[in-house]
Every structure is written in C-alpha cells, then in structure tokens.
Design a protein around this ligand. Structure first.
Ligand SMILES: CC(C)(COP(=O)(O)OP(=O)(O)OC[C@H]1O[C@@H](n2cnc3c(N)ncnc32)[C@H](O)[C@@H]1OP(=O)(O)O)[C@@H](O)C(=O)NCCC(=O)NCCS
Length: 182
C-alpha cells in the first residue's frame, strides 16, 4: 500500500477527509462520550493534549502506510461528525480491519452506511484487498446491522482473544461485476 496523496473520498452527502488538528474537539468527544464508547474498548481522549496526540499519531501512521483514517464531515460543513478507518493491515496488505464511529445526533440517518460503501469500494478497488474484517461487540446491534447490510458475514469459528465479547465479521472481495459505489 502506498499513496501519493491522502485519498479524499466524496459521497452524496459526505466528505471523508484527512484528520486536522482543528478536529481535536470532535476527537475528544467521539473518544470520550459514554454513548459512542458504550461497546468500544479504547483509550479515551478526554483532554486537549490527548486528542492532539491522537491526531498527530494517526497522521504519522498514515504517512507510514500503517492505516487510513478518514474524518467524516457533511459536504457543506467542515465539522467532523465521525470517523471511519482501515487499519491492522496484514503483512501482505491483503486484509485490513475496518473501524468507525459517529456522534449520537448523527446516527440513524444512514450516514455510516454511506461512508462504509465508499470505504469498502476503496479498499477492494484501489487497495486491492482480498478481505476486510470488523470486530464488534456482540451487543452492538447498530454496528452488527450496518455490517450485515454491507454483506459482511459473521465468522463463528474465530474468537477475538483480546475481547471475548466481540464478534468477528468478514467480507471478501466481491466479484468484479459487483460495484459498491452506486
Ligand atoms: C455503529 C454506528 C457507526 C452506526 O451508524 P449509523 O449511521 O447510525 O448507521 P447506518 O448508516 O446503518 O444507519 C442506521 C439507520 O439510519 C436510518 N436512515 C435514516 N435515513 C437514512 C438514509 N437516508 N439512508 C439510509 N438509512 C437511513 C435507517 O433506518 C438505518 O437503519 P436500518 O438500515 O436498520 O434501516 C453508530 O451507531 C456508532 O457510531 N456507534 C458508536 C460507535 C461504535 O459502536 N462503533 C462501532 C465499533 S465496532
């Protein structure tokens, strides 16, 4: 995986863009809010410094091709409302994990579905991934429904040894004639 420029993605309502330092308040909120993090185990970012460190480290990892992290905004408003990322690439860069979050007031509007369709298409068409995985808490119904809607399948044979409450969903590269970016 090697990018010349950050891969800006645009959908009908959204812009998936690079994370900026000015997103620190949104990062802090998304990574600290109790509702957003109800089913997600991760370090919080409840201070300005922690949020800025997260932004710096994330953008550094992007330059090292270790992950791609998109800040989600509406097309007509720069404010970050959520994020979606591809990370945890396998050594051969053929498998990656997808992660996502959205502020509660923007949920249930089909926003993450719109972002995910674009990112799956990017992962398969541009990065030539063979498989994308998602680890999600068994009680995270919104996340599970989003994954199933996007043709992920639960792999019941795999366990997340780091969190046994997680379920592992997978999607393989679709046949060439199936396009995601409808
Ligand atoms: C998981 C999460 C990202 C889902 O985001 P979302 O944008 O609400 O999810 P969707 O895009 O699937 O939209 C959900 C609903 O919006 C509704 N909706 C409203 N307007 C819509 C539109 N224009 N287009 C499509 N759906 C629309 C639909 O009813 C849809 O539900 P359905 O597909 O079951 O009918 C969100 O709940 C979240 O951020 N949770 C906290 C963080 C988290 O748990 N992340 C996952 C870690 S593994």
């Amino acid at each position: 995986m090697k990018f010349i420029d950050f891969p800006l993605l645009v959908t009908e309502r959204l812009i998936l863009r690079k994370l900026e330092e000015s997103d620190w308040e949104s990062i802090s909120y998304l990574r600290s809010d109790k509702i957003v993090n109800q089913f997600v185990k991760r370090a919080n970012a409840d201070t300005n410094k922690k949020a800025l460190d997260f932004i710096k480290n994330t953008n550094l990892k992007i330059t090292k091709d270790l992950l791609i992290y998109w800040s989600i905004s509406f097309r007509n408003d720069q404010k970050m409302i959520g994020s979606i990322c591809l990370w945890n690439f396998s050594k051969d860069n053929k498998t990656a994990e997808i992660g996502y979050d959205l502020g509660p007031k923007f949920q249930n509007k089909g926003i993450m579905n719109e972002a995910m369709i674009k990112v799956l298409d990017f992962g398969f068409q541009i990065l030539s991934l063979d498989k994308i995985e998602a680890f999600t808490h068994k009680k995270n119904e919104n996340s599970k429904s989003l994954l199933i809607k996007n043709n992920f399948r639960l792999n019941q044979k795999r366990l997340d040894q780091d969190n046994l409450e997680n379920m592992i969903f997978e999607i393989n590269r679709p046949a060439a004639n199936i396009m995601y970016n409808k």
